[in-house]
Design a protein around this ligand. Structure first.
Ligand SMILES: [Zn+2]
Length: 133
């Protein structure tokens, strides 16, 4: 599984709110369409973001797992409200699972490969979730 670093509060909004659209300036490479990825909260916040709620103050950690279902360019006023920005690529997310215990990790630009211990810690939590159900 690859990881994608998203600044807070956006990463937390994916994990704990209804954010299912990731805004990017670049088109999703086709090979990542349908991929299950780790959502990593970056070390630096987006100070202009106006999103509030619990769990949005976790930095430098994997906070969720999600599937990227597809990518399209914004259609002004018509799609992905309220999370989708205008004039941006919208990467749509599904099957989001928030991690009860964020897993510390150093982020990177673009898609990146998590260290084996990070991946193992995430997968252990996903296994616990499955058991609980
Ligand atoms: Zn959209």
């Amino acid at each position: 599984m690859k990881a994608l670093t998203v600044r807070q509060p956006w990463a937390g909004a994916i994990a704990h709110q209804s954010k299912r659209t990731e805004n990017r300036s670049w088109k999703l490479p086709a090979k990542h369409e349908g991929a299950r990825i780790l959502i990593h909260a970056g070390a630096q916040p987006d100070k202009d973001a106006q999103v509030y709620g619990p769990h949005l103050d976790v930095y430098g950690a994997v906070v969720a797992v999600a599937t990227i279902t597809e990518c399209h360019f914004s259609v002004a006023g018509l799609c992905c409200g309220p999370w989708g920005f205008e004039r941006a690529y919208h990467w749509t997310l599904a099957d989001v699972v928030a991690l009860a215990e964020p897993v510390p990790a150093k982020g990177a630009l673009n898609f990146w490969t998590p260290q084996p211990d990070v991946l193992a810690a995430v997968e252990a939590q996903l296994a616990d979730t499955t058991t609980a159900i």
